[in-house]
Design a protein around this ligand. Sequence first.
Ligand SMILES: [Zn+2]
Length: 344
Amino acid sequence: MLKPILASADLRAMPKVELHCHLELALRQNTLREFAQKNDIDVSTDAAFAQAFLIQEPMGELKSVLHKFLNTRDVILKEEWMERVAFEACEDMYLQSNVRILELRYAPSFLLDHHKHMDAYRLQKAIISGVERAEEKYPIAVGLICILQRTKSVEENEIWVDFALKPQHQFVALDLADNEVDFDPEPFIPLFKKAKDAGLGITVHAGEPNVPGISRNIRTAIEKMGADRIGHGLQAIEDPEVIALLIDRGIPLELCPTSNWLTGACSSIATHPFKALFEAGVKTTVNTDDPGIMCTNLLNEYALLTTECGIDLATLEACNAWALEASFIPTTKKESAWNQRLRP
Ligand SMILES: [Zn+2]
């Protein structure tokens, strides 16, 4: 169900870094279909499956896209299923796109919201187990990011910060996600300060939707929340001062071209500000966001940038180098996977 990939051999061979991928939306489509069937959802035809779960055309606004995410979340019935989801997400990244450094993020509160029977500790254990199985099988280094939801209270989110800080949970960073138009980041500043002081990396979804003035959230993330990276941030293009801030601090943007188009953040891939931001001097990186339900993979994103935006191979290599440097995975672990990159 993936779009045809017109990727050159050079693009395929390039070892890649993926920094922004939501684990619970990166389900392999066959697995998602199997889970749907176990929930007695009719996915007997491709059309029925696509209608229920996939986002293949722009849906108008981010809020409707977020709503569609719920359908996928709802069919994940058991913690143990996430072991398979995590393993397959890593496997697909390596086999389809030659990803060697991979950061996967998820919001425990998002899964537990619908599945009251689930236990966050068992969930995390299952995910770690799937990731470790993939790391044993493939030359790939994987890090996990814990997401806080803007739509939740500060009190509830503090529980998840403490959860993320437990060493046995192996998180490398904290993120803030969800509807940034109706929920400001300011209330969560103390939580991000706590996480940063305790040594977690910080990335924040900010400046994503095409809403005038939204780039203010990028400034808040950098100046008040200690963001080391920005999730999306493509609306920085609206404000030269925000662009200057990103350049001055050397903060990379985790751009996700297909997702940005499907959520309406930009009107097409061809009009994505990726190239303009790169040429302005911003550290742009290439990512998938929600590869399972948005029918893409990292190689496809690279190919789209070359064909739709005229981005050349040298630019993509520069983006990859920034992504490698900006990954929150410990340096020795990163280097070990990266240095195996010539292994077939
Ligand atoms: Zn995201």
